[in-house]
Design a protein around this ligand. Sequence first.
Ligand SMILES: Nc1nc2c(ncn2[C@@H]2O[C@H](COP(=O)(O)OP(=O)(O)OP(=O)(O)O)[C@@H](O)[C@H]2O)c(=O)[nH]1
Ligand SMILES: [Mg+2]
Length: 331
Amino acid sequence: MIARDVRGTARACRLVDDRSGDYVAMMKDLFPHTGRAWTIGVTGNPGAGKSTLTDRLIALFRKRGQRVAVVAIDPTSPFSGGAILGDRIRMQAHFSDPEVFIRSLATRGALGGLSRSAVDVIRVLDAWGADVILVETVGVGQDELEITRTADTTLVVMAPGLGDDVQAIKAGLLECADVFAVNKADREGADATVRDLELMIALGGEITSAGAHSRGHAAGTLDLAKQQVRHGEGRWVPPVMRTVSTRNEGLEGLVAKLEEHRTWLTSTEAGGARRFERLRESMRTQLRESLIESALGSIGGELEEMAHAVARRETDPYTAAEQMVAHFKGR
Ligand SMILES: Nc1nc2c(ncn2[C@@H]2O[C@H](COP(=O)(O)OP(=O)(O)OP(=O)(O)O)[C@@H](O)[C@H]2O)c(=O)[nH]1
Ligand SMILES: [Mg+2]
């Protein structure tokens, strides 16, 4: 894989999927070879045009001579059954390009679930030598939000006429957004979506950056709020870009903004702090999963017994959990 072998890399991805054999040992070995890739999360409502946009982004990055990896997450949600097939069709042109690696990940019931697999696969592709890793997720569900939080740069794709537009995207997703693309800008309602988003960003920024003293009086004008945000602690203000990915319009401008964000991440104190925060967060997730795994392994049948005891009302779930933790610690 480190020799940039595609088949080896695919095999490594499967090891991650199965979490079998020497998976952890492999992850340890390859970690020193990671840290070079730029991870861009592409998220947003079902059908907003994420895959079409991703396909265009692949083409743009390839034109610049960069190696590109794509991780398409299939949430197997009621919204996008068959998403993988659709994604594959939309990115078809790149499948024969040896400098492009496309990998799909399905939601699994496995412990640690999707987000851990995604983080690991991203590391594998980083070690493979990807310059850019595009991670497509539908912006619904906790798992997906978590994945979005692991990206260096998060692109939120919106489309006009998808119901309540701005209201439809989750607050958590809004917090994650570094750049917005109002895709399908050829459709009616794009202007309104752009306006709503800009207002929302300005208000959100004002509330968090100006803090307590601005509470209590009505929000200022859009421009005023924007100015306050821009001057606050080197904060990044998510730009709102228009794209028509089916016609390849607005993509160069979008990439320019994504790159601006990358520069912000790597060259400012606030960006560095955010990168560190993300790393710490991913380690916390890893720790939580490792703890649960080893606790369940060590407790064994006790969980089952405790559940029966709780069902018979001999004890309560709180005491049961405390006892199990005590036993686990004592081992
Ligand atoms: N009019 C118009 N249609 C677009 C544009 N971008 C994508 N589409 C169409 O919108 C549909 C959905 O596009 P996808 O790229 O599959 O959207 P997605 O967000 O990946 O969808 P899921 O993965 O299922 O959530 C397709 O039929 C695209 O051809 C655009 O800019 N304008
Ligand atoms: Mg898609």
